[in-house]
Design a protein around this ligand. Sequence first.
Ligand code: ZN
Length: 399
Amino acid sequence: MSTISKLFPELDRHALRHLLRNNQRVESGDPVFADPLECLLEIGVITTREHTYVRCAYPDDYDYQERHDLACEGVVEIDPAEDEYYCPVSGDPIGDIERKTRFVEYEITLSPDGIERYLDQALGCLEAVDAVEKVGPAAFQVQVKERPLLSVVVADYAGVRRRSAGLFFAEPTLYVIASPINDPLKTVLDELQYMQMAEILSSSASVVQERLRVAAIPIPGRTSLLETEARFDAMIVRYGKRAWQFFEQQFVPALMLHATQNPALVQGYLETLKRLSGTIFGEYYVPIGGAGLPDLRMIDKFELMNRVFGGKATGDAKCYPSSTLSYHDVVTVNYQLDADPTGAETALIFVSGDDVASTAWNAVMQLKQQHGAWKVIILTKYLLLELISALEATHLLEM
Ligand SMILES: [Zn+2]
């Protein structure tokens, strides 16, 4: 088999939509799912865990006639550490489990790394694609022939910048939706702006290629993220050693004043976020764990921004162009908030970079939990740029 037919196996879409789900279980040898399952394992986009079980009452079993309830649908998973088994449905003891008929099920887990590797290879072998470059977790820059650079982003796994930019900025983006449970509503995302993994794996290479070509067109009427970011960076550089004071004492107050003077734009932005809320495009994850496996917490953008514009907030701008926002910074801001003579309920920390320590995220999430609402809010560089664009405040970058 050639590489291209291996990478574009044109499997049954219905079966794929069933299989591309975490914790989904499939019986071994199932005539509908066996082939697509094997193919997904081979290209590495999923992993499976095997479960072996027996049925409480199964006609072929030696003990069938002795079961209390012949219609019992209880199943018992075989666990090497266990020597006594009871049916979880009827509570009946299971006798000699070794002699009963065994069934095997595969439990599916989507592999974010495997999906990344697959896309890297699959997009790279398309005729219309000149180059594929990985630019971050679950994100690629794809050079389609005679087109501007296209971001291809696995929405299920990408960070806030890649996950949101295609909805708020002009840069062409094609979202890949790994699992059908995350399918966006038509009101959230234009159909031409996303492809499900189930669609990619059930389509021919030429169909996928055409979708890339169609998506690789800048979105009219929007500002460019890269241009906005370059202007922001240049502004910070312009102030040199005074950048910190400028950002805190001039830029952020000017942005907040602009928001107060343009309530309709704020309202429009919040309405967009409200529509996205509850979908993967309305949330992002921040790491709160220390060493070892990262522990992630979800932030709902609508809830966050609603507090930024709705609460009695005090702005505390921090400018960290090159260092990391620390736990200590969050604690200091929280002390200042508690002592605030105006009775402000929320402190905003604007960060001119995207670097935030996981201990700092942990501190703000704990404060939120204790107060039942956001108390200290961290707005990182990307969110600041999104705000500047959504509130049509790019002229402030010339300050
Ligand atoms: Zn039973």
